[in-house]
Design a protein around this ligand. Sequence first.
Ligand code: ZN
Ligand code: ZN
Length: 142
Amino acid sequence: MPTASDLEQLLRGSALRVTRPRVAVLAAVHRHPHADTDALIGAVRADLGEVSHQAVYDILRALTAAGLVRRIQPSGSVARYEARVGDNHHHVVCRSCGVIADVDCAVGDTPCLTADDDHGFVIDEAEVVYWGHCPSCTTTSP
Ligand SMILES: [Zn+2]
Ligand SMILES: [Zn+2]
């Protein structure tokens, strides 16, 4: 887990002013990968006391725009946030309970970025979502 000064460094490196709420939101995203906004608000409040929903939303938007957090939104799910950015990893989502896990790129480095036909685009991200059932849902359903 990054320390508070690591997080401050990340904010400064992205030209974001260091504020306690920003550090707390960034810390919460590091501590709770794939958490939704409500869970993050809960974590930030446990840390800082009262912080408005709007403040947390605004900070998440700024952190996402700065590339410090990644926003993912599997269909049927609310937006989730994670601090693992820039490695083009993918996600596997349980159809039953909605739990999300990280999946590295299918083979080797980032082959998913080498599209069969890129239509002339310069591609920097491939969003792949694997769907299935997580181990605890597989064992409880007949
Ligand atoms: Zn499940
Ligand atoms: Zn992830």
